[in-house]
Design a binder for this molecule. Structure first.
Ligand code: NAI
Length: 356
């Protein structure tokens, strides 16, 4: 780590894909952490990475694309730190940056925000609150078509029992649901204490009335929900995805919905979301036919990657990101570092406190 003396000057941060709420929250705290921020509205990619010239660090979000080409440019421009203001890091080619630029993230800003949104999606989709809202505003108080099902006594399947998945599982238990779980690293102590059962993934797909995705997007989890796994689910099962869009093969999902072999889907994330999400496209034609088709189904509910979006989470994102940056440039501390070897479980960070 080369680092700089923070007493001499403020740390210079190039901030990509800026939204008004980002600027508001980061401006509130940046002086406390000695960080000077240049806000760029554009996404970080190989086309825009040169904007980082002269900056010590870049700050990126979920749809910035730090592939090998972008990483090469950032390294050439002497950027020392990529500070992700999110938990997921599937948009960073960690192998390409390994040994050259450190990557830090915000491992948890509010797991409650995301878990609560997953449950809100399920309740809305199941009880058709979104339709009732529109009906009653127009003076239509008819109930036809609004019937849902009791959650009590049904089975929820949680895929990924990390911070978010565990909270979602506990909320579902609170409804009196049976909860099945799948995770390559099961937390048996927690499961026993909460009355939750780890089962093989196919069994979870077969037995669940509600399936909620909370695992990261990796080569292993890409298209976890696909033609085969959809075919073994209950015909009236509902899928909730607040994880990452490409956990689901969307074309296979559409086929299942068209053939009435799935109860419904509530999606906060979509595999091609970077072209649409976080922006207002209401006066334009949606050219993505898959997204457009999804939006036509009466049993599909889509939110635009807003599961994290609570005031508590925004505050935690700003303060943790700024602390990650301050600590690195002060004395090389990298508490929330993530690297290629971390993802391969071969990183020496546990022993040394650093990835490289
Ligand atoms: P975490 O790292 O605490 O938990 C992830 C869990 O998934 C771990 O227990 C891991 O062992 C498990 N897992 C890994 N591979 C798996 C597989 N093949 N099958 C089943 N489980 C598997 O992560 P956290 O904080 O719970 O977040 C989960 C995901 O939620 C993130 O990776 C991110 O993609 C997404 N997320 C979405 C947000 C939104 O606004 N929609 C906000 C924050 C996170």
């Amino acid at each position: 780590m080369k680092g700089i003396k923070t007493e001499e000057r403020k740390i210079r941060l190039a901030f990509f894909d800026t939204k008004p709420y980002d600027q508001e929250n980061f401006d509130r705290y940046k002086d406390d952490y000695g960080v000077d921020i240049k806000y760029f509205p554009v996404k970080l990619s190989s086309d825009t990475a040169r904007l980082a010239s002269g900056y010590d660090a870049v700050c990126a979000f979920v749809n910035d694309e730090i592939d090998a080409a972008a990483a090469d440019i950032l390294y050439r421009e002497r950027v020392e730190l990529i500070a992700l203001r999110c938990a997921g890091y599937n948009n960073v080619d960690l192998q390409a940056v390994w040994g050259r630029i450190h990557v830090v993230r915000v491992p948890a800003y509010s797991p409650h925000a995301v878990a609560e949104h997953a449950v809100a999606l399920l309740l809305t989709l199941n009880r058709k609150i979104h339709k009732a809202y529109i009906r009653t505003r127009e003076g239509n108080f008819a109930l036809s078509g609004l019937a849902g099902f009791d959650l009590y006594g049904k089975t929820a399947g949680i895929i990924g029992t990390g911070q978010i998945g565990r909270i979602a599982a506990e909320i579902f238990r609170g409804f009196g649901m049976h909860v099945l779980a799948s995770d390559p690293y099961p937390n048996e102590v927690w499961a026993t204490e909460k009355g939750i059962l780890y089962v093989p993934l196919d069994e979870l797909f077969r037995k669940s009335d509600v399936i909620s995705l909370h695992c990261p997007l990796t080569p292993e989890t890409r298209y976890l929900v696909n033609e085969r796994t959809l075919s073994i689910m209950k015909k009236d099962a509902m899928i909730i995805n607040t994880g990452r869009g490409a956990l689901i093969d969307t074309k296979a999902l559409i086929h299942a919905l068209k053939t009435n072999s799935l109860g419904g889907a509530a999606l906060d994330v979509y595999e091609e979301e970077d072209k649409y999400f976080f922006e207002d496209h209401s006066s334009m034609v949606i050219k993505d036919d898959v997204l457009a088709r999804l939006l036509t189904f009466p049993n599909v509910l889509i939110t635009g990657h807003q599961a994290f979006f609570t005031q508590e989470a925004l505050t935690a994102i700003a303060t943790t990101t700024l602390e990650n940056i301050r600590a690195f440039f002060l004395d090389g501390t990298l508490t929330n570092e993530i690297c290629y070897r971390c993802t391969q479980k071969t990183c020496a960070r546990k022993e040394t406190g650093r990835c490289f």
